[in-house]
Write a protein that binds this ligand. Structure first.
Ligand code: HAH
Length: 338
């Protein structure tokens, strides 16, 4: 592969310098393969996996910081900010967290003690160097009739686990901005649940500063209007907003095709139109939106390759597989300058 052209196009993060940070999720591989692109266009990075519970804390008495520390060093060497992702989640969390010494279910108090110890250790280590943390990820249910997603955290510790996570994180780094982060954040039913959860946290004086909109969107969904309404609703709670995991899949939800070897011209044009609409909105709300992070940087690597459809590649970003700007990039730059 030839990685060449990205360094000659105008820097994304400079174009939005007055509005918000421009971030990318990275992993140990892309820190190498996308190095030029990352340092040219982005001024914030997030660990795709390397700061999750299972990566940092695989056994009760063992922490593994090597990959996360390397990411921090990369950011520092290149003058980039770092968003932390994520402290408490139902996924990518090792079983030991929920088990007692005899393999049974740990009790509530012991689970909260483990949570506290994990959060203290991780947040203190990067204190002052991580501007915002996703403290709790995806705790709200997608199903009708229930507010919170069934999980071991909820089962064992009760709904208070969410408030506790924020308290522990705030105690460890009072200077870090603390976020509740979720997907389907612009779907009206789920939006109202996220709103209700965050409102109840605020009413209990829980130290929460913002809502992370994951923004895993596609060519048609969610509608710009639903996104605008979600932003309005969350801003109404006095929350800062971060766009935390932006990508625009070229496939609709029920499209299961696996035969495409490259995105069609129509897909690229529609994707560019969508990106343009999104960044127009982000600009309008830039008093509240202070950071926009893509869940990757260029189409040579995305978590959407083989997910949710196996054997299928996706092309969700502003830069193509060779790191050249796509029509989406030029549209976003036009919005920046408008
Ligand atoms: C996000 N979940 C997670 O926050 C992130 O940590 C991960 O790397 C990728 C996406 C979105 C999601 C999912 O993982 C499964 C089903 C729906 C949505």
């Amino acid at each position: 592969m030839v990685y060449s052209r990205s360094d000659v196009s105008p820097r994304l993060h400079e174009a939005f310098g007055q509005q918000f940070l421009i971030g990318a999720a990275v992993n140990p591989k892309t820190l190498v393969t996308q190095r030029e692109l990352l340092t040219h266009h982005f001024n914030s990075i997030t660990a795709e996996n390397e700061m999750k519970f299972e990566s940092l804390h695989p056994a009760e008495d063992r922490y593994t910081f090597t990959d996360a520390d390397r990411l921090m060093a990369f950011a520092k060497a290149n003058g980039m900010a770092v968003r932390g992702h994520t402290l408490v989640w139902h996924n990518q969390t090792p079983n030991w967290v929920f088990e007692d010494r005899s393999g049974g279910v740990v009790d509530r108090e012991a689970l909260l003690t483990r949570m506290k110890s994990h959060i203290e250790t991780v947040v203190s280590r990067y204190k002052g160097n991580i501007y915002a943390w996703d403290v709790v990820n995806e705790a709200v249910s997608d199903r009708g009739g229930e507010l919170l997603r069934p999980s071991k955290w909820l089962d064992i510790a009760g709904e208070n686990f969410i408030a506790k996570a924020f308290e522990y994180a705030h105690a460890a780094d009072p200077g870090a901005l603390l976020f509740y982060n979720d997907y389907n954040e612009s779907v009206p039913e789920k939006r109202e649940k996220i709103f209700a959860l965050v409102k109840s946290l605020k009413e209990k004086d829980v130290p929460i500063h913002g809502i992370g909109l994951q923004a895993h969107w596609n060519l048609e969904h969610p509608s710009v209007d639903d996104i605008r309404q979600a932003i309005e609703r969350y801003v109404g709670l006095g929350m800062k907003l971060h766009i935390t995991e932006l990508d625009v899949s070229v496939f609709q939800h029920d499209d299961r095709r696996t035969d495409l070897e490259a995105p069609t011209e129509e897909m690229l044009a529609r994707q560019a139109e969508r990106y343009s609409q999104f960044f127009q909105l982000f600009k309008v709300y830039s008093e509240s939106i202070t950071s926009v992070t893509f869940w990757g940087a260029a189409d040579d690597y995305t978590w959407l390759d083989n997910f949710p459809v196996r054997g299928r590649k996706n092309w969700p970003f502003l830069f193509d597989r060779e790191h050249n700007p796509k029509p989406s990039y030029w549209n976003v730059m036009d919005i920046a300058r408008s």
